[in-house]
Design a protein around this ligand. Structure first.
Ligand code: NAD
Length: 266
């Protein structure tokens, strides 16, 4: 049984992970943490999950062997990284839009405990990344790549962390270290420079996560698209990550490090 401490427990992702953990038979949610105390919050299935405690108490809740699962905000991510390192607990972190200071806090924690970070925990997205590498790696260098991402109106960072990860995937497949990225186009900007990767963010409604990679050549194009319909898609990847870090050696991991399900080749 793996004990989870949920950071950002009242948020959209926190609740999705809570629900998925309740349905799995190898997890218990030991504590729920938020920016501030929340009394009597409904847990999975509407039953009372007990009080949600404030982030200032995170350290005292964590023990070696526990896994903190953090989907909150950059300051919550930094606080979780510090508390996990101090208490010897593993960390699964999904908050996006982190600055260099928070990235450093994560790297420091990973020297002492197992930390798995991903901009997108969906297992389908992992498959999309493989498909992009295969397609771009097979095509002539002159083909153009544009990434279009759609998210709900409440998303605060742009472009999405996943879109940036897809840019890195395209660059890797092309053998480039420093890709030229263009977000949006307006006015008489002239023809599209060769090699540019366009990244376009659409915001509105309740889109949970939608990423399309368009690869266009002379007279033909390919569109590879991944659509998350429900946050359960992320939650299942989060639980796979939590099982992995619960027994992994200290280090910084990503979803690619989690072994594929039994019988699959990965
Ligand atoms: P949300 O706003 O619904 O929930 C965030 C929760 O975190 C809120 O309840 C908020 O009160 C709480 N919080 C904020 N600061 C905190 C702090 N310092 N300490 C404790 N709790 C704090 O947001 P969400 O949709 O659940 O997304 C959260 C983050 O996860 C965002 O950065 C989002 O981009 C990212 N996200 C990542 C993935 C992925 O697969 N990696 C998937 C979905 C969302």
């Amino acid at each position: 049984m793996t004990s989870i401490v949920l950071v950002g427990a009242a948020g959209r992702m926190g609740r999705a992970v809570d629900l998925a953990a309740a349905a799995a038979d190898d997890f218990e949610v030991k504590a729920r943490v938020e920016r501030e105390v929340v009394a009597g919050t409904p847990g999975p299935g509407g039953r009372d999950a007990g009080p949600i405690v404030g982030i200032d108490r995170l350290g005292e809740l964590l023990s070696p062997g526990d896994v903190a699962v953090e989907f909150s905000a950059p300051d919550g991510c930094a606080a979780a990284a510090r508390a996990c390192a101090e208490r010897g607990a593993a960390l699964v972190s999904g908050t996006t839009g982190l600055d260099a200071d928070v990235e450093r806090a994560i790297e420091a924690a990973a020297k002492r405990v197992a930390v798995l970070r991903a901009a997108n925990f969906s297992l389908g997205l992992l498959a999309l990344r493989r498909a992009i590498a295969a397609a771009v790696g097979r095509l002539p260098a002159g083909w153009d790549v544009e990434i279009v991402e759609r998210h709900h109106r409440g998303k605060v960072d742009s472009p999405s962390g996943t879109a940036l990860a897809l840019v890195r995937e395209v660059a890797r497949a092309r053998g480039e270290n420093d890709p030229q990225v263009r977000s949006g186009r307006e006015g008489r900007i002239g023809p599209r420079p060769a090699g540019e990767i366009g990244v376009h963010a659409i915001r509105g409604g309740t889109w949970t996560g939608d990423h399309a990679v368009l690869v266009a050549g002379p007279g033909e194009s390919i569109e590879l698209r991944h659509v998350v319909e429900d946050r359960a898609a992320f939650a299942h990847g989060v639980l796979a990550a939590a099982r992995f870090v619960a027994v992994a050696a200290p280090g910084l991991y990503n979803l690619e490090d989690v072994p594929p399900p039994p019988g699959r080749t990965g």
